[in-house]
Design a protein around this ligand. Structure first.
Ligand code: F6R
Length: 244
C-alpha cells in the first residue's frame, strides 16, 4: 500500500486525474472503474479540463461503475447514472456502448448477475477509483461484508442512508438498496486508487491503514492488494499513529 498525503482536495484531484489520464494515454483501450460521490468529483472536473485542453482521447476506453441505487431510473437526478453523465461522461468522447453502470430498475437482478462476466470479457479493470464510506464501505459493500462477494443487490445500512440523505429532499427518499460491485470484483482490478479527505473519513482511514483486516471494515481488504494507493489529506490522516 502506498500512501500519498496532499494538502487539500484540489491537490488530490490533480494527482488522481493525472494517474487516470496517463493510464488512458498509455493504453488507448484501458478499462477504468469509476466511483460516484463527493470524493472523485473534482478529479472528474480535472479529467474534463484535460480532455478539452489536450484532447486526450477516450474513444476506445471502457468504463465500469461501482454501484447504482435500486428504484431510481437512469434520468433521476440522484441516480449514479445521471451523476456520471453529468459530471464526467457527457464531456468526454466515450462511446455509449463502452459505458457500464449497474442498472437500478427493471431487470436489475439479471443485469447484476452478468456484470462481473462483462468486466472479465472487457479484459478486467486496469484502474479502479474508489471513495470510502465513513463506516469503511467501498462500493456499497457495507460491514460486515463478504470478501468473496461479486456484483449483487445489497441493503444500505442506516449510517450510509443518513450520509447520503444530504443529496435528497429528506431521508425517506434515499433508496434502501443498491446494486454494488462486490469486494472480489473490486479487488480484481489491476490498480486501485482510493480518495479520502476530511475528518469524517479519519476513523475509516485508521482502520484501513492500522486496523486488523476484517469484514467489519470492508476497506481493510485493500491492504492485500498489490497495487493500491491511498490519496488523502491531513484531516483524513489525523488519527494515524504514524503521521509521517
Ligand atoms: C460511490 C461509492 C461509495 C462512496 C462512499 C464515499 O459510488 O461507491 O462507496 O465512494 O460512500 O462517498 P463520498 O465520496 O460522497 O464521501
Amino acid at each position: 500500500m502506498k500512501i500519498i498525503e496532499l494538502n487539500n482536495k484540489e491537490e488530490i484531484a490533480k494527482y488522481v486525474s493525472k494517474k487516470v489520464i496517463s493510464k488512458v494515454k498509455n493504453n488507448k483501450k484501458a478499462v477504468i472503474g469509476f466511483a460516484t460521490g463527493t470524493s472523485p468529483l473534482l478529479t472528474y472536473k480535472e479529467i474534463i479540463k484535460d480532455h478539452q485542453k489536450n484532447h486526450t482521447s477516450w474513444k476506445d476506453i471502457t468504463t465500469f461503475n461501482l454501484d447504482e441505487y435500486i428504484s431510481l431510473p437512469k434520468d433521476h437526478k440522484q441516480s449514479y447514472n445521471y451523476f456520471m453523465h453529468h459530471n464526467l461522461f457527457d464531456y468526454l468522447d466515450l462511446k455509449q456502448e463502452n459505458i457500464n453502470i449497474p442498472l437500478g430498475v427493471n431487470n436489475y437482478q439479471e443485469f447484476a448477475n452478468k456484470y462481473d462476466q462483462k468486466i472479465i470479457d472487457a479484459g478486467g479493470i486496469d484502474l479502479q477509483i474508489l471513495g470510502l464510506g465513513i463506516n469503511g464501505h467501498i462500493g456499497f459493500n457495507e460491514p460486515p461484508c463478504d470478501f468473496e462477494s461479486k456484483t449483487r443487490v445489497v441493503n444500505l445500512v442506516k449510517s450510509t442512508i443518513k450520509a447520503n440523505s444530504r443529496f435528497f429532499k429528506n431521508i425517506n427518499e434515499v433508496p434502501k438498496q443498491a446494486v454494488s460491485m462486490g469486494i472480489k470484483s473490486i479487488i480484481n482490478a489491476k490498480k486501485i486508487i482510493l480518495i479520502a479527505f476530511g475528518f469524517n473519513k479519519a476513523k475509516a482511514i485508521k482502520e484501513l491503514v492500522e486496523g486488523k483486516i476484517s469484514i467489519n471494515w470492508p476497506c481493510t481488504v485493500l491492504r492485500n492488494h498489490k497495487d493500491f494507493t491511498l490519496v488523502i489529506d491531513k484531516e483524513a490522516k489525523s488519527l494515524l499513529d504514524q503521521k509521517e
